[in-house]
Design a protein around this ligand. Structure first.
Ligand SMILES: Cc1cc2nc3c(=O)[nH]c(=O)nc-3n(C[C@H](O)[C@H](O)[C@H](O)COP(=O)(O)OP(=O)(O)OC[C@H]3O[C@@H](n4cnc5c(N)ncnc54)[C@H](O)[C@@H]3O)c2cc1C
Length: 387
């Protein structure tokens, strides 16, 4: 595996174990069928609990039977999962960073007891509802709202593009609380079997096909007061979750790019044209050299980010820079790898075109590339250019 500047030499025993466990799981259980799942538009749901048993959901959180591993171990895990497919990493990211993280950080003890262990084991599945049909990048303009009603709230609105919503037992729904002054955004834990909740699947995606995506339709859904996340108010709630998930994406994208590189390198040494391996031609070597360089510099960025996260100094803007850079890098390199595979490169027998299509989603979700440019631009100039 490409590790050109020996970053993995510094991994400790636990980090190596997680890397090897994830690699073995991917190679034995997922990779053999991932192309078929991608074509069929299905996720290997039979593996969801096994991923829990292996500690793939929120392993960097503590308590509630969670592994509490280092941020490096968490990043390496995301890298290994996305080396297989961005949909596989998305499963772990959503469950861990977007659902378990807010419950862990902002939930009541009762909410934590109810959900965290079961979700860690993969027995319960969560989803994160922020995006709406008319409000994507500008999520703070959301229309979904909650009105106080007796011992709880009544929720109305529609969330869309929600990873795992058709599979989920519970949704973290971000909605405006119309009963408080200034209508602050609050997080609501909405069990999907409540009256008035529908989670239709979005079909015919041409990207992230091995991942189930849907809507959350809320029509006069009553939730008790105890389902409100008590520890956060305002956009800080969803944005802090997104920072956690984007950190994992910055790592994961390197995995997708690395897998494209490895596939292209192997193909270039096996495939003969004009009487010799295509990897013996200078043009192909230049592509491999560029790919390896881009992947290595992206790896360095996430390793540095991880050091900052471990010591509590990581800023969301730095995560934006890494998400922006590493996903663009992976998107570009997957195209070069596809090109190096010639006609075979457009089939599902090889991973690069699947990664390439997946990375269109990764480039767009959790803040589009453009939005991360604006976040970094704001940080650099002090001038917000969003509006
Ligand atoms: C497969 C998939 C899974 C997803 N999973 C989830 C999930 O689990 N939960 C969830 O809440 N959401 C999820 N999303 C939604 C995702 O986060 C949004 O698609 C994303 O935030 C962009 O919103 P939008 O699609 O409405 O695009 P828009 O916001 O309408 O943007 C359209 C284009 O305009 C650009 N743009 C927007 N504003 C500006 C500006 N101010 N300046 C310059 N350019 C701008 C954007 O960069 C983009 O290129 C998912 C999306 C996909 C495709």
């Amino acid at each position: 595996m490409l590790d050109y500047v020996d970053l993995e030499a510094d991994l400790d025993a636990e980090e190596r174990l997680i890397r090897d466990t994830a690699r073995e799981f991917v190679e034995e259980k997922v990779r053999p069928d991932i192309g078929d799942h991608w074509i069929e538009g299905t996720f290997p749901t039979e593996l969801i609990e096994e991923m829990g048993e292996l500690g793939f959901y929120a392993p960097n959180l503590d308590g509630y039977d969670l592994p509490n591993v280092s941020e490096t171990a968490y990043g390496i895990l995301m890298q290994e999962l996305e080396a297989c497919d961005s949909g596989l990493r998305s499963m772990a990211s959503v469950q861990g960073a977007l659902v378990m993280y807010p419950i862990h950080s902002y939930g009541s003890e009762a909410q934590k007891d109810k959900w965290l262990e079961a979700m860690g084991r993969g027995e319960k599945i969560g989803c994160f509802g922020l995006t709406e049909p008319n409000h994507g990048s500008n999520a703070s303009a959301m229309e979904t709202h909650a009105e106080a009603d007796g011992d709880g709230y009544v929720l109305n609105g529609t969330k869309t593009w929600i990873t795992n919503s058709p599979l989920a037992d519970v949704a973290v729904v971000w909605a405006k609380d119309h009963t408080s002054e200034d209508n602050p955004v609050r997080g609501f834990l909405v069990e999907t079997d409540r009256d008035g909740v529908e989670t239709p699947k979005i079909d015919e995606k041409l990207s992230l096909r091995a991942s189930i995506t849907g809507q959350i339709e809320l029509s006069n859904v009553h939730v008790p007061e105890e389902n409100v996340l008590p520890g956060v108010e305002g956009m800080k709630g969803p944005l802090s979750c997104l920072t956690q998930a984007r950190f994992g994406i910055a790592w994961g994208a390197v995995g997708a790019a690395r897998n494209c590189f490895e596939t292209a390198r192997e193909y270039a040494t096996d495939r003969d044209q004009f009487g010799k391996p295509i990897g013996s031609f200078q043009l192909q070597q230049e592509k491999l050299a560029e790919m390896a360089t881009q992947i290595t510099t992206s790896q360095l960025l996430v390793h540095r980010l991880t050091e900052l996260k471990e010591r509590g100094d990581l800023r969301p803007e730095q995560v934006s820079m890494a998400k922006r850079n590493n996903v663009r890098m992976a998107r570009d390199q997957s195209r070069i790898a596809r090109e190096m595979l010639g006609g075979n490169g457009i089939t599902a027998d090889y991973s690069p075109m699947r990664h390439m299509a997946n990375l269109e989603t990764v480039y767009t979700y959790e803040g589009t590339h453009d939005i991360h440019s604006l976040i970094v631009g704001h940080d650099l100039t002090g001038i917000p250019a969003f509006q």
